[in-house]
Design a protein around this ligand. Structure first.
Ligand code: PLP
Length: 496
């Protein structure tokens, strides 16, 4: 493809992309295809001769679009949203154009410097405490990761290294010696990462990657599925009895199942009770709900992170108008990260890195090469402005409230199961044999096999029709439906 062919193809692709967005509301949100639908439509072998763009683009229409689940549809009310907006698509185009696996500052200074600046913008937009800014005295800062799972696994590895190092040094062993190495390896298997039973599975996976144990704190429907201080204390005490060393705790701001918010203040108070517990790395996973912090009325939550929190992650690619991938991670002390992840063979050395005056983001993440993702965040923040971002969050929280009110208004049919939060409503269909309860009340729903069966059936019927896509889950043994309508195309008429 030469430059003129590219120009024509790109114009045509952009037209097609705009038309696609225009047509999304009319499309069935779930594709009507069976597993394996694609293979018979694609030649078995790659083409020997070059093909025209027109032919390739036509195949996008006839072969790809029929197999898409339309995450941007206003009828997509499953999982959590995965936003995309025009400015973020433009960011992707430029990022692809300037492709450079910018692992060191020198590999593309604009790429590194824009990431640092934009991460400070994001921290300020979210009202995060000053300690997470790159300009903070404590050497904090932000980095863009591929996904929340990558961010969390990276934190677990950094936390493990920090804890084991402290323990071995406290025994008087010298770093770099065989004794040091041996002792480190002896201690590692006794480390345990902790999270609630509602924490996203990425915490358990991160513990696996870090080669440590993992224990969960139980949650209850009566406590709105939030991790409480007292239940955490029970787990910590049990670890002490078992001779284990808790080294990492994931607190969640907006759990995947129900968008509940762990009781940060209570939890932090418990961690102060023993010197060993004070050494636990505390991470806040705000993958979805963290986006709400752009709106002033939610920023009081971020004040809890000023003390006693080591790191915080949020996926802009969920609810904050930037397309996948844009997972932002902030740390209080970048040295905790770079101490764990900086491995510098000769071929990666250069005068700027050696002087220590620049950031090399390869030491802040697992991968070496990285994409220029800061551009799309920059484009979105400038195109929407903080006011546009706040308006999006407020509008979609409003849609969630509308949906929850509609559910409450039919207490003969539905029961709300957990407190509706951040545009998500979790409910079930009532057992018709049980007297009318009060659909306004939450956290008092009892286990009921009939209700479970009907709820499952309704859920399956709705998704089988393919016009609206929702998810179900099981909360404290109760089968429930989750509805969240929060992508940029969400509108009240669809929620109704
Ligand atoms: N944390 C929470 C609370 C989530 O809801 C999710 C995904 O929905 C994740 C982490 C994992 O996100 P990612 O796909 O970016 O790894």
């Amino acid at each position: 493809m030469d430059r003129e062919q590219f120009r024509a193809a790109a114009h045509s692709a952009i037209d097609d992309i705009v038309n696609y967005f225009d047509s999304v509301p009319e499309r069935r949100v779930l594709p009507a295809v069976d597993p394996g639908y694609l293979r018979p439509l694609i030649p078995e072998n790659p083409p020997t001769e070059p093909e025209d763009w027109a032919q390739i683009q036509e195949d996008v229409d006839t072969k790809i679009k029929p197999g898409l689940t339309h995450w941007q549809s206003p009828n997509f009310m499953a999982y959590y949203p995965a936003s995309v907006t025009y400015p973020s698509i433009l960011g992707e185009m430029y990022s692809a154009t300037f492709t450079a696996p910018a692992f060191n500052w020198l590999c593309s200074p604009a790429c590194t410097e824009m990431e640092t600046i934009v991460m400070d913008w994001v921290a300020k937009a979210l009202g995060l405490p000053e300690c997470f800014l790159s300009t903070s005295k404590n050497l904090g800062g932000g980095v863009i990761q591929n996904s929340a799972s990558d961010a969390i696994a990276t934190m677990l590895v950094a936390a493990r290294e920090r804890r084991v190092r402290e323990m071995v040094l406290a025994e008087g062993l010298k770093e770099g010696t065989t004794e040091y190495e041996e002792r480190k390896m002896d201690l590692q298997p006794r480390l345990v990462a902790i999270a609630s039973d509602q924490t996203h599975s990425s915490a358990a996976k991160g513990a696996l990657i870090a080669g440590t144990r993992f224990r969960t704190v139980s949650t209850r429907l009566e406590e709105n599925m939030e991790m409480t201080g007292s239940r955490l204390r029970e787990v910590l005490e049990q670890c002490d009895k078992d001779g284990l060393t808790p080294y990492h705790l994931t607190m969640t701001f907006g759990t995947t199942n129900t968008c509940s918010v762990d009781r940060f203040a209570e939890i932090k108070a418990v961690l102060q009770e023993k010197p060993a517990w004070q050494r636990i790395w505390v991470h806040v996973d705000a993958a979805y709900a963290g986006a709400a912090l752009v709106a002033d009325e939610w920023q009081y939550i971020a004040k809890d992170f000023a003390e006693g929190v080591d790191s915080f992650n949020m996926n802009m690619h969920k609810w904050l108008l930037v397309n996948f991938d844009a997972s932002v991670l902030f740390v209080r002390n970048r040295l905790d990260l770079t101490n764990a992840l900086d491995i510098t063979p000769t071929y990666l050395r250069n005068p700027y890195s050696d002087m220590g005056t620049v950031i090399d983001y390869r030491n802040w993440s697992i991968s070496l090469g990285r994409r220029f993702r800061a551009l799309k965040i920059w484009f979105v923040m400038r195109s929407y402005g903080l006011n546009g971002m706040k308006a999006h969050i407020r509008k979609t929280i409003g849609l969630g409230n509308t949906f929850a009110d509609l559910v409450r208004g039919r207490s003969d049919l539905f029961e709300i199961v957990t407190q509706p939060a951040f545009a998500l409503t979790v409910f079930r269909i009532k057992n018709p044999q049980v007297a009318n309860g009060n659909a306004n009340s939450v956290a008092i729903v009892q286990k009921d096999e009939v209700a479970d069966g009907i709820t499952k059936k309704v859920y399956e019927l709705i998704n089988a029709r393919g016009e609206i896509f929702i998810t179900s889950t099981v909360i404290d043994g109760i089968y429930v439906i989750r509805v969240v309508s929060a992508n940029p195309m969400a509108e009240e008429k669809f929620v109704r």
